[in-house]
Ligand binder design. Structure first.
Ligand SMILES: Nc1ncnc2c1ncn2[C@@H]1O[C@H](COP(=O)(O)OP(=O)(O)OP(=O)(O)O)[C@@H](O)[C@H]1O
Length: 378
Protein backbone atom coordinates (compact mmCIF):
# COMPACT_ATOMS: atom_id res chain seq x y z
CA UNK A 1 0.00 0.00 0.00
CA UNK A 2 2.96 2.24 0.78
CA UNK A 3 4.54 1.81 -2.61
CA UNK A 4 1.14 2.36 -4.30
CA UNK A 5 0.75 5.63 -2.42
CA UNK A 6 4.29 6.61 -3.39
CA UNK A 7 3.60 5.90 -7.08
CA UNK A 8 0.36 7.93 -6.87
CA UNK A 9 2.13 10.87 -5.25
CA UNK A 10 4.92 10.79 -7.85
CA UNK A 11 2.35 10.65 -10.65
CA UNK A 12 0.42 13.62 -9.20
CA UNK A 13 3.70 15.48 -8.74
CA UNK A 14 4.73 14.85 -12.37
CA UNK A 15 1.32 15.88 -13.70
CA UNK A 16 1.26 19.10 -11.62
CA UNK A 17 4.84 19.86 -12.71
CA UNK A 18 3.94 19.31 -16.34
CA UNK A 19 0.86 21.55 -16.00
CA UNK A 20 2.88 24.34 -14.34
CA UNK A 21 5.46 24.05 -17.11
CA UNK A 22 2.75 24.18 -19.76
CA UNK A 23 1.14 27.26 -18.19
CA UNK A 24 4.55 28.92 -17.95
CA UNK A 25 5.34 28.18 -21.60
CA UNK A 26 1.88 29.44 -22.70
CA UNK A 27 2.34 32.66 -20.72
CA UNK A 28 5.75 33.28 -22.31
CA UNK A 29 4.32 32.53 -25.77
CA UNK A 30 1.34 34.88 -25.25
CA UNK A 31 3.62 37.61 -23.91
CA UNK A 32 5.93 37.34 -26.96
CA UNK A 33 2.94 37.51 -29.33
CA UNK A 34 1.60 40.64 -27.65
CA UNK A 35 5.02 42.24 -27.78
CA UNK A 36 5.33 41.50 -31.50
CA UNK A 37 1.81 42.72 -32.21
CA UNK A 38 2.53 45.94 -30.35
CA UNK A 39 5.67 46.51 -32.42
CA UNK A 40 3.84 46.03 -35.69
CA UNK A 41 0.85 48.03 -34.45
CA UNK A 42 -1.49 45.07 -34.86
CA UNK A 43 -2.58 44.80 -31.27
CA UNK A 44 -5.42 47.23 -31.84
CA UNK A 45 -6.21 46.84 -35.51
CA UNK A 46 -8.31 49.67 -36.93
CA UNK A 47 -11.99 48.85 -36.90
CA UNK A 48 -13.09 47.22 -40.13
CA UNK A 49 -14.72 49.58 -42.58
CA UNK A 50 -18.39 49.95 -41.91
CA UNK A 51 -21.13 50.37 -44.43
CA UNK A 52 -22.60 53.83 -44.87
CA UNK A 53 -25.93 52.41 -43.76
CA UNK A 54 -24.38 50.92 -40.63
CA UNK A 55 -22.79 54.26 -39.74
CA UNK A 56 -26.09 55.99 -40.17
CA UNK A 57 -27.91 53.46 -38.03
CA UNK A 58 -25.22 53.44 -35.35
CA UNK A 59 -25.41 57.18 -35.05
CA UNK A 60 -29.12 56.79 -34.44
CA UNK A 61 -29.87 59.45 -36.98
CA UNK A 62 -32.64 57.66 -38.78
CA UNK A 63 -32.58 55.23 -41.69
CA UNK A 64 -33.89 52.67 -39.22
CA UNK A 65 -36.90 54.71 -38.26
CA UNK A 66 -39.82 53.64 -40.42
CA UNK A 67 -40.35 56.91 -42.18
CA UNK A 68 -36.73 57.10 -43.36
CA UNK A 69 -36.57 53.43 -44.26
CA UNK A 70 -39.69 53.96 -46.34
CA UNK A 71 -38.07 56.91 -48.05
CA UNK A 72 -35.14 54.77 -49.16
CA UNK A 73 -37.32 51.82 -50.12
CA UNK A 74 -39.73 54.01 -52.06
CA UNK A 75 -36.98 55.48 -54.19
CA UNK A 76 -34.52 52.67 -54.83
CA UNK A 77 -31.61 53.55 -57.05
CA UNK A 78 -32.82 57.07 -57.64
CA UNK A 79 -29.49 58.82 -57.54
CA UNK A 80 -29.37 61.42 -60.26
CA UNK A 81 -26.01 61.54 -61.97
CA UNK A 82 -24.61 64.80 -63.19
CA UNK A 83 -22.53 63.09 -65.85
CA UNK A 84 -22.27 59.65 -67.44
CA UNK A 85 -19.71 58.65 -64.82
CA UNK A 86 -22.26 57.31 -62.29
CA UNK A 87 -23.77 53.91 -62.70
CA UNK A 88 -24.61 52.88 -59.13
CA UNK A 89 -27.78 52.90 -57.12
CA UNK A 90 -28.62 54.14 -53.63
CA UNK A 91 -28.82 50.55 -52.36
CA UNK A 92 -25.31 49.87 -53.66
CA UNK A 93 -24.08 53.05 -52.02
CA UNK A 94 -25.68 52.16 -48.70
CA UNK A 95 -24.02 48.77 -48.75
CA UNK A 96 -20.57 50.11 -49.62
CA UNK A 97 -17.81 50.08 -47.03
CA UNK A 98 -17.40 53.58 -45.74
CA UNK A 99 -15.16 55.76 -43.65
CA UNK A 100 -16.05 59.10 -42.09
CA UNK A 101 -13.99 62.00 -43.46
CA UNK A 102 -15.26 64.58 -41.05
CA UNK A 103 -18.20 66.55 -39.85
CA UNK A 104 -18.64 69.93 -41.47
CA UNK A 105 -21.02 72.80 -40.92
CA UNK A 106 -23.86 71.20 -42.86
CA UNK A 107 -23.51 67.49 -42.29
CA UNK A 108 -20.92 64.75 -42.51
CA UNK A 109 -18.80 63.44 -45.35
CA UNK A 110 -18.19 59.74 -45.91
CA UNK A 111 -15.76 58.08 -48.26
CA UNK A 112 -17.49 55.05 -49.75
CA UNK A 113 -15.80 52.28 -51.68
CA UNK A 114 -17.90 50.81 -54.48
CA UNK A 115 -17.07 47.46 -56.09
CA UNK A 116 -13.95 47.31 -53.93
CA UNK A 117 -12.28 49.85 -56.22
CA UNK A 118 -14.05 53.10 -56.99
CA UNK A 119 -14.15 55.71 -54.24
CA UNK A 120 -16.79 58.38 -53.94
CA UNK A 121 -17.57 60.93 -51.26
CA UNK A 122 -21.08 61.28 -49.94
CA UNK A 123 -22.01 64.47 -48.16
CA UNK A 124 -25.15 63.97 -46.05
CA UNK A 125 -26.67 67.39 -45.69
CA UNK A 126 -27.87 67.89 -42.14
CA UNK A 127 -29.21 70.85 -40.22
CA UNK A 128 -29.90 72.92 -43.32
CA UNK A 129 -33.53 73.56 -42.48
CA UNK A 130 -36.48 72.62 -44.67
CA UNK A 131 -35.65 72.41 -48.37
CA UNK A 132 -38.25 71.42 -50.93
CA UNK A 133 -37.45 68.82 -53.55
CA UNK A 134 -37.78 71.46 -56.28
CA UNK A 135 -35.33 73.82 -54.55
CA UNK A 136 -32.83 71.04 -54.00
CA UNK A 137 -33.05 69.64 -57.54
CA UNK A 138 -32.88 73.09 -59.11
CA UNK A 139 -29.70 73.90 -57.21
CA UNK A 140 -28.14 70.53 -57.99
CA UNK A 141 -28.96 70.91 -61.69
CA UNK A 142 -27.30 74.30 -61.77
CA UNK A 143 -24.25 72.84 -59.98
CA UNK A 144 -24.08 70.00 -62.50
CA UNK A 145 -23.60 72.57 -65.22
CA UNK A 146 -20.57 74.12 -63.49
CA UNK A 147 -17.57 72.58 -65.18
CA UNK A 148 -14.10 73.96 -64.61
CA UNK A 149 -10.72 72.19 -64.18
CA UNK A 150 -10.36 73.70 -60.69
CA UNK A 151 -13.86 72.95 -59.42
CA UNK A 152 -14.71 69.60 -57.84
CA UNK A 153 -17.30 68.18 -60.25
CA UNK A 154 -20.65 67.09 -58.88
CA UNK A 155 -21.02 63.38 -59.57
CA UNK A 156 -24.61 62.94 -58.44
CA UNK A 157 -27.25 63.72 -55.87
CA UNK A 158 -30.11 62.10 -54.05
CA UNK A 159 -33.22 63.51 -52.47
CA UNK A 160 -35.76 61.86 -50.22
CA UNK A 161 -37.96 63.32 -47.52
CA UNK A 162 -35.23 62.79 -44.96
CA UNK A 163 -32.00 62.41 -46.90
CA UNK A 164 -30.20 64.90 -49.07
CA UNK A 165 -26.99 63.45 -50.44
CA UNK A 166 -24.41 65.19 -52.58
CA UNK A 167 -21.94 62.81 -54.24
CA UNK A 168 -18.52 63.57 -55.70
CA UNK A 169 -15.39 61.65 -56.62
CA UNK A 170 -12.86 61.18 -53.84
CA UNK A 171 -9.89 63.56 -54.03
CA UNK A 172 -7.13 61.30 -52.77
CA UNK A 173 -4.67 64.01 -51.70
CA UNK A 174 -6.83 65.57 -49.05
CA UNK A 175 -7.50 69.23 -48.52
CA UNK A 176 -5.41 72.39 -48.52
CA UNK A 177 -5.72 72.86 -44.77
CA UNK A 178 -3.98 69.55 -44.10
CA UNK A 179 -1.44 70.23 -46.86
CA UNK A 180 -0.43 73.55 -45.26
CA UNK A 181 -0.60 72.63 -41.60
CA UNK A 182 -0.52 68.82 -41.36
CA UNK A 183 2.47 66.83 -40.11
CA UNK A 184 4.64 69.93 -39.61
CA UNK A 185 6.97 68.20 -37.18
CA UNK A 186 7.15 64.92 -39.05
CA UNK A 187 10.31 64.00 -40.90
CA UNK A 188 8.35 62.40 -43.73
CA UNK A 189 6.35 65.57 -44.55
CA UNK A 190 6.65 66.49 -48.24
CA UNK A 191 7.59 70.20 -48.27
CA UNK A 192 4.92 72.43 -49.74
CA UNK A 193 7.07 74.45 -52.11
CA UNK A 194 6.56 78.02 -53.26
CA UNK A 195 5.83 76.93 -56.84
CA UNK A 196 3.16 74.46 -55.65
CA UNK A 197 1.59 77.16 -53.47
CA UNK A 198 1.55 79.58 -56.39
CA UNK A 199 -0.10 76.92 -58.54
CA UNK A 200 -2.78 76.45 -55.86
CA UNK A 201 -3.32 80.23 -55.56
CA UNK A 202 -3.76 80.49 -59.32
CA UNK A 203 -6.08 77.47 -59.64
CA UNK A 204 -8.35 78.69 -56.83
CA UNK A 205 -8.45 82.20 -58.35
CA UNK A 206 -9.48 80.75 -61.72
CA UNK A 207 -12.20 78.61 -60.15
CA UNK A 208 -13.53 81.60 -58.21
CA UNK A 209 -13.47 83.80 -61.30
CA UNK A 210 -15.47 81.10 -63.10
CA UNK A 211 -18.03 80.94 -60.27
CA UNK A 212 -18.34 84.71 -60.23
CA UNK A 213 -18.99 84.74 -63.95
CA UNK A 214 -21.46 81.87 -63.96
CA UNK A 215 -23.38 81.86 -60.71
CA UNK A 216 -26.15 84.33 -60.15
CA UNK A 217 -25.96 84.29 -56.36
CA UNK A 218 -24.76 87.50 -54.69
CA UNK A 219 -21.94 85.58 -52.94
CA UNK A 220 -21.20 82.78 -55.43
CA UNK A 221 -19.20 80.61 -53.04
CA UNK A 222 -19.79 81.95 -49.57
CA UNK A 223 -17.67 79.39 -47.73
CA UNK A 224 -14.22 79.49 -49.35
CA UNK A 225 -11.64 78.18 -46.90
CA UNK A 226 -8.72 75.76 -46.85
CA UNK A 227 -10.80 72.63 -46.04
CA UNK A 228 -12.97 73.43 -49.06
CA UNK A 229 -10.01 73.27 -51.44
CA UNK A 230 -9.09 69.68 -52.29
CA UNK A 231 -5.88 68.60 -53.98
CA UNK A 232 -5.12 66.05 -56.64
CA UNK A 233 -1.85 64.13 -56.84
CA UNK A 234 -0.07 67.07 -58.50
CA UNK A 235 -1.25 69.63 -55.93
CA UNK A 236 -3.79 70.87 -58.48
CA UNK A 237 -6.56 72.53 -56.45
CA UNK A 238 -10.24 71.63 -56.70
CA UNK A 239 -12.59 74.09 -55.03
CA UNK A 240 -15.60 72.38 -53.44
CA UNK A 241 -18.74 73.11 -51.39
CA UNK A 242 -19.79 75.92 -53.71
CA UNK A 243 -23.43 76.47 -54.47
CA UNK A 244 -24.82 75.20 -51.17
CA UNK A 245 -25.59 78.65 -49.74
CA UNK A 246 -29.01 79.04 -51.44
CA UNK A 247 -30.19 75.87 -49.68
CA UNK A 248 -29.33 77.16 -46.23
CA UNK A 249 -31.45 79.72 -44.40
CA UNK A 250 -29.42 82.76 -43.33
CA UNK A 251 -30.37 82.19 -39.69
CA UNK A 252 -28.43 78.89 -39.77
CA UNK A 253 -25.67 79.93 -42.16
CA UNK A 254 -24.78 82.96 -40.07
CA UNK A 255 -23.02 80.84 -37.46
CA UNK A 256 -21.25 78.57 -39.87
CA UNK A 257 -20.32 80.13 -43.20
CA UNK A 258 -17.16 82.13 -43.70
CA UNK A 259 -18.91 84.95 -45.59
CA UNK A 260 -20.79 85.94 -42.44
CA UNK A 261 -17.47 86.60 -40.69
CA UNK A 262 -16.39 89.22 -43.24
CA UNK A 263 -15.74 92.78 -42.02
CA UNK A 264 -18.75 94.15 -43.95
CA UNK A 265 -21.11 91.59 -42.48
CA UNK A 266 -19.81 92.29 -38.99
CA UNK A 267 -20.09 96.04 -39.59
CA UNK A 268 -23.37 96.51 -41.42
CA UNK A 269 -24.77 93.04 -42.18
CA UNK A 270 -24.02 93.38 -45.88
CA UNK A 271 -22.43 90.88 -48.28
CA UNK A 272 -21.54 90.88 -51.95
CA UNK A 273 -19.23 89.18 -54.45
CA UNK A 274 -16.45 91.11 -52.77
CA UNK A 275 -17.09 88.99 -49.67
CA UNK A 276 -15.82 85.98 -51.61
CA UNK A 277 -12.80 88.09 -52.63
CA UNK A 278 -12.11 88.76 -48.95
CA UNK A 279 -12.30 84.99 -48.22
CA UNK A 280 -9.89 84.38 -51.08
CA UNK A 281 -7.48 86.97 -49.60
CA UNK A 282 -7.62 85.21 -46.21
CA UNK A 283 -6.92 81.89 -47.94
CA UNK A 284 -3.90 83.42 -49.71
CA UNK A 285 -2.55 84.74 -46.41
CA UNK A 286 -2.88 81.26 -44.89
CA UNK A 287 -1.05 79.79 -47.89
CA UNK A 288 1.78 82.32 -47.74
CA UNK A 289 2.30 82.43 -43.97
CA UNK A 290 1.52 78.82 -43.06
CA UNK A 291 -0.61 80.11 -40.19
CA UNK A 292 -4.25 79.29 -39.55
CA UNK A 293 -6.66 82.10 -40.38
CA UNK A 294 -9.02 82.87 -37.50
CA UNK A 295 -12.11 83.25 -39.69
CA UNK A 296 -11.88 79.78 -41.19
CA UNK A 297 -10.20 77.64 -38.55
CA UNK A 298 -11.73 74.28 -37.73
CA UNK A 299 -12.83 73.94 -34.08
CA UNK A 300 -10.09 73.59 -31.50
CA UNK A 301 -7.28 74.88 -33.71
CA UNK A 302 -5.15 77.86 -32.67
CA UNK A 303 -5.30 80.72 -35.13
CA UNK A 304 -4.21 84.28 -35.89
CA UNK A 305 -6.10 87.34 -37.18
CA UNK A 306 -4.02 87.08 -40.33
CA UNK A 307 -5.03 90.33 -42.11
CA UNK A 308 -4.27 92.34 -39.01
CA UNK A 309 -0.99 90.53 -38.31
CA UNK A 310 0.35 90.78 -41.87
CA UNK A 311 -0.71 94.43 -42.23
CA UNK A 312 1.21 95.19 -39.05
CA UNK A 313 4.27 93.38 -40.40
CA UNK A 314 4.18 95.45 -43.60
CA UNK A 315 3.66 98.71 -41.67
CA UNK A 316 6.47 97.96 -39.24
CA UNK A 317 8.75 96.65 -41.98
CA UNK A 318 9.24 93.08 -40.85
CA UNK A 319 7.42 91.63 -43.89
CA UNK A 320 10.17 89.06 -44.53
CA UNK A 321 9.21 87.31 -41.29
CA UNK A 322 5.64 86.50 -42.26
CA UNK A 323 6.52 84.05 -45.03
CA UNK A 324 6.24 80.38 -44.19
CA UNK A 325 9.81 79.21 -43.50
CA UNK A 326 9.09 75.99 -45.39
CA UNK A 327 8.94 77.76 -48.74
CA UNK A 328 12.04 79.82 -47.98
CA UNK A 329 14.22 76.74 -47.61
CA UNK A 330 15.61 76.85 -51.13
CA UNK A 331 15.52 80.58 -51.73
CA UNK A 332 14.90 83.94 -50.11
CA UNK A 333 11.56 85.68 -50.53
CA UNK A 334 11.14 86.32 -54.25
CA UNK A 335 9.46 89.32 -55.83
CA UNK A 336 6.60 86.92 -56.68
CA UNK A 337 6.06 86.17 -52.99
CA UNK A 338 5.93 89.88 -52.20
CA UNK A 339 3.48 90.46 -55.07
CA UNK A 340 1.25 87.61 -53.85
CA UNK A 341 1.30 89.02 -50.32
CA UNK A 342 0.28 92.45 -51.63
CA UNK A 343 -2.50 90.87 -53.67
CA UNK A 344 -3.74 89.05 -50.57
CA UNK A 345 -3.83 92.30 -48.59
CA UNK A 346 -5.66 94.03 -51.44
CA UNK A 347 -8.30 91.29 -51.36
CA UNK A 348 -8.56 91.73 -47.58
CA UNK A 349 -9.21 95.48 -47.67
CA UNK A 350 -11.78 96.36 -45.00
CA UNK A 351 -13.91 98.23 -47.49
CA UNK A 352 -15.39 95.89 -50.15
CA UNK A 353 -15.25 98.65 -52.79
CA UNK A 354 -11.47 98.79 -52.52
CA UNK A 355 -11.07 95.06 -53.19
CA UNK A 356 -10.40 93.79 -56.73
CA UNK A 357 -12.87 91.70 -58.75
CA UNK A 358 -12.06 87.99 -58.99
CA UNK A 359 -11.22 88.51 -62.69
CA UNK A 360 -8.58 91.09 -61.76
CA UNK A 361 -7.21 88.72 -59.13
CA UNK A 362 -6.88 85.94 -61.71
CA UNK A 363 -5.07 88.30 -64.15
CA UNK A 364 -2.67 89.37 -61.38
CA UNK A 365 -1.95 85.72 -60.60
CA UNK A 366 -1.12 85.14 -64.26
CA UNK A 367 1.36 88.03 -64.12
CA UNK A 368 2.99 86.71 -60.94
CA UNK A 369 3.25 83.18 -62.38
CA UNK A 370 4.74 84.46 -65.65
CA UNK A 371 7.25 86.59 -63.71
CA UNK A 372 8.33 83.63 -61.60
CA UNK A 373 8.73 81.44 -64.70
CA UNK A 374 10.94 84.12 -66.30
CA UNK A 375 13.04 84.35 -63.11
CA UNK A 376 13.50 80.54 -63.16
CA UNK A 377 14.73 80.71 -66.78
CA UNK A 378 17.33 83.41 -65.99
N1 LIG B 1 -14.55 64.79 -52.55
C1 LIG B 1 -13.78 64.79 -51.47
N2 LIG B 1 -12.59 64.14 -51.48
C2 LIG B 1 -11.78 64.14 -50.40
N3 LIG B 1 -12.07 64.77 -49.24
C3 LIG B 1 -13.23 65.45 -49.16
C4 LIG B 1 -14.15 65.51 -50.27
N4 LIG B 1 -15.20 66.28 -49.90
C5 LIG B 1 -14.97 66.67 -48.64
N5 LIG B 1 -13.80 66.19 -48.18
C6 LIG B 1 -13.20 66.38 -46.84
O1 LIG B 1 -14.09 65.85 -45.88
C7 LIG B 1 -14.03 66.62 -44.68
C8 LIG B 1 -15.45 67.03 -44.25
O2 LIG B 1 -15.97 67.90 -45.24
P1 LIG B 1 -17.18 68.87 -44.96
O3 LIG B 1 -17.46 69.62 -46.22
O4 LIG B 1 -18.29 68.08 -44.38
O5 LIG B 1 -16.63 69.84 -43.82
P2 LIG B 1 -15.66 71.07 -43.87
O6 LIG B 1 -15.15 71.31 -45.26
O7 LIG B 1 -14.63 70.86 -42.81
O8 LIG B 1 -16.57 72.27 -43.39
P3 LIG B 1 -17.82 72.95 -44.17
O9 LIG B 1 -18.99 72.05 -44.00
O10 LIG B 1 -17.98 74.25 -43.46
O11 LIG B 1 -17.43 73.10 -45.61
C9 LIG B 1 -13.12 67.81 -44.98
O12 LIG B 1 -11.83 67.53 -44.46
C10 LIG B 1 -13.07 67.87 -46.49
O13 LIG B 1 -11.85 68.43 -46.95
Amino acid sequence: ADSQLKTLLVTIFVIVDALVLLILLWTIYAFCRRLKAKETGKENPPPPPTAVAVEIIEKGEGMRCDEEEDAVVQEPGKITFATDGGGFGIDELLKASAEGLGKGSFGSCYKAMLDGARMVVVKRLRGIGPVTKEEFLKQMRSLSAMEHPNLLPLLGYYYSSTEKLVISNYACHGNLFDRIHGGRRRADRTPFTWSSRLQVAQGVAQAMEFLHLNMRSSVPHGNLKATNVLLDENDKPLVCDHGLAPLIPASLAVHRMVCYKSPEYQLNRSMSRKTDVWSYGCLLLELITGRVAANSRPGGVRSVELCHWVNRAVREEWTGEVFDAEMLVQKRATSGMIMLLKLALWCCEQSPEKRPEMAEVARELERITAGEADAEDD
